[in-house]
Write a protein that binds this ligand. Structure first.
Ligand code: HEM
Length: 472
């Protein structure tokens, strides 16, 4: 594998990423080689960047069974998501995906449309003509309420600020810890314990297995950042436990995700552990709202800068009722395309990775076992050879004709292959309904252009500051 450009100095590419994540991803994507090796300072820690959609297709789709969710991602998200569906691997992941998938089928999701609109209307009731708002906080309030209501039957409105803060702290910690010595040490220790378990038997293997479980997440949390994380986790755990306790004590029949998790039985009849339910609830709660909220804020940011697109979206919003329904989706084409285009320019999951579980080839290159291969939707979405005028906001790129001319894996906001986002249809249902409900009642004026801030997700640095004007 050819070495990536840059990476000078003792820390190699690690320091490039620390000083400028998005710029480094962009620079790497300019290289002509489809797969590049990164220089890292620790022996035995290998990383590469997949630069071309063909390689992405090979890794995420055709050879998916030889790639697991990466140890670095699993470590950084462990305090929040544990062994939930986003971070788990192997049999556990397969079982949980099979259990949840039926709820995310496009037809099954339609029943959530009224809640999606109702949560938006409830948020709008707090706005007044002329208010200056940080839009990302408002879209977060909406999508958090939608996720809480539709997946878990929970009302999060009164707790949105407390929950939002706790989640921001945990996600910021996850974004910060990636690539740091503590994370690398945990990962190396865990791999050594894994090898010991595989190569030994009896009591030694059992001790290695237990020790391995003990280092999946941080063992000690120190410093102000660590203490803030510990406090945030207590807040989140308490909320989730209350949600579970309330449901267990209720006699009503529910058909939502929480009911499915609580009712699930193994082949031997055993139920899911409380810890596993907690991990799934928090995973789905976060995955189900954070990315969509950010995507919606960026959509309005971009639309405000493009009068033609804005006018078309507003016209669509005016063509549906005050409370749009599934039947109106056909009239909201520009709202959907603008959302898709915002996810291209600002993909909330701007980089993700897989670890090879054995030596494997990608393209014409040998990839050794335990290599972390990164994919960056951010960089892929801005390649000049895949997108014409890539910096320009142009929702019409998502017309069926133009989509048909593109490489299938050039657009990756939801990833691809068996681990593709479970909520893609949820997001594509929710986004146009929310946008139409907002645009019908308010006009948005952008107060300042925003810029992306790469942490665990790609949030707008200043939250997208807007002034809202009530429409008659
Ligand atoms: C704009 C909105 C969204 C974006 C950009 C997004 C993005 C992603 C990406 C990139 C992944 C895969 C990461 C990887 O391959 O390593 C993922 C996985 C996942 N997403 Fe989403 N997502 C969105 C909305 C949602 C929603 C609304 C839900 C649920 C209601 C959801 C639930 C999940 C779950 C459960 C997974 C893990 C799937 C698995 O590993 O089997 N997402 N998402």
């Amino acid at each position: 594998m050819p070495m990536a450009p840059g990476g000078a100095g003792l820390l190699g590419h690690n320091s490039d990423f620390r000083s400028d994540r998005l710029g480094t991803l962009n620079r790497l994507s300019k290289a002509t080689e489809p797969l590049l090796r990164l220089k890292l300072p620790v022996p035995g820690v290998r990383a590469a960047v997949a630069n071309h959609p063909d390689i992405v297709q090979e890794m995420l789709v055709e050879k998916a069974k030889w790639f697991d969710k990466s140890d670095m991602l699993r470590f950084s998200l462990f305090p929040l998501a544990g062994e939930g569906i986003f971070t788990s691997n192997g049999e556990l992941w397969r079982r949980q995906r099979k259990l949840m998938a039926p709820l995310f089928h496009p037809k099954a999701l339609e029943r959530y449309a009224p809640d999606m609109v109702a949560c938006t209307v409830r948020t709008l009731a707090r706005w007044r003509d002329g208010d200056d708002l940080a839009l990302n906080a408002e879209t977060t309030r909406i999508t958090m309420a939608v996720a809480g209501k539709t997946l878990f039957g929970a009302d999060t409105f009164s707790e949105a600020d407390e929950l939002g803060h706790a989640l921001t702290v945990t996600l910021d910690w996850a974004g910060w810890i990636i690539g740091r010595p503590m994370a690398i040490a945990h990962i190396l220790m865990r791999r050594q314990l894994g090898l010991l378990r595989e190569r030994s038997s009896g009591r030694v293997a059992e001790l290695a297995r237990r020790a391995e479980l003990g280092v999946r997440g941080p063992v000690l949390l120190f410093g102000e950042r660590g203490r803030a994380l510990a406090r945030a986790i207590v807040v989140l755990d308490e909320h989730v436990q209350k949600m579970i306790d309330d449901r267990r004590s209720s006699s009503a029949v529910h058909g939502d995700l929480l009911a499915r998790l609580l009712d699930a039985r193994d082949e031997d009849g055993s139920v899911m552990s409380d810890r596993q339910i907690r991990d799934e609830v928090l995973t789905l709660f976060v995955a189900g709202h954070e990315t969509t909220a950010t995507g919606l804020a960026w959509t309005l940011h971009e639309a405000c800068r493009d009068p033609r697109v804005y006018a078309e979206m507003e016209r669509e919003a005016d063509s549906v009722g005050d409370e749009p329904t599934v039947a109106d989706l056909g009239k909201l084409g520009m709202c959907l395309r603008a959302f898709q285009e915002a996810l291209r320019l600002y993909p909330p999951v701007y980089v993700f990775g897989r670890d090879s579980t054995q030596a494997v080839t990608l393209g014409e290159y040998d990839v050794p076992r335990s290599t972390n291969v990164m994919v960056s939707p951010w960089a892929m979405h801005r390649r000049r050879d895949l997108w014409s005028d890539p910096e320009r906001f142009d929702p019409d790129r998502f017309s069926p004709e133009r989509e048909a001319t593109r490489h299938r894996y050039a657009y990756l906001p939801f990833s691809a292959g068996p681990r593709i986002c479970l909520g893609i249809h949820f997001a594509y249902l929710e986004a146009p309904l929310i946008l139409a409900t907002l645009l019908r009642r308010y006009r948005f004026e952008l107060l300042a252009e925003d810029e992306p801030e790469p942490s665990a997700t790609l949030r707008p640095k200043h939250g997208v500051r807007v002034r809202v004007r009530a429409r008659r």
